[in-house]
Design a protein around this ligand. Sequence first.
Ligand code: CMX
Length: 132
Amino acid sequence: MYEKVSHIGVAVRDLEKAKEIFRALGLEVEGEEVVEEQKVKVAFIPVGETRIELLEATSPDSPVAKFIEKRGEGVHHLALGVDSVEAMLEKLKARGVRLVDEKPRKGAHNTLIAFLHPKSTGGLLLELCQEE
Ligand code: CMX
């Protein structure tokens, strides 16, 4: 089942600059990590039980680099926490939802993740996220 809004992904050109902006707003930045599989460097900003995830591309063919090139910096995706990504993918596939990932992949901070295609979710990139 869906449990919560896990995080909101925000695409940034420069992670260091973005961290300073959020620190100036009085927020704590933590948990920096490179997620090789997604070609991003991330840092997390906890706000209650939800986090803002800052995303900087680590290569020009990263989905985040392509996104910024096309749309500029800003909100990139919404991640919904689920108890099982695999089970949710099965359910959504059966309902005809277009999946980016047919199988769970490794996300930041020991999570399993999978993306749903924005073309079948009203233009919003949705991520399913399971804490391991
Ligand atoms: N939100 C909404 N729409 C998006 C989008 C996003 N973040 N990224 C791309 N799109 C749209 C594009 O605008 C485009 O729409 P139009 O055809 O109307 O112009 C369409 O999706 C196709 O985009 P594209 O630039 O041609 O890119 P691709 O088809 O190569 O890839 C997508 C699109 C969503 C499949 C790809 O970006 C993807 O696999 N994303 C999931 C992985 C990801 O984003 N990882 C980084 C974050 C990792 C993390 O949180 O750890």
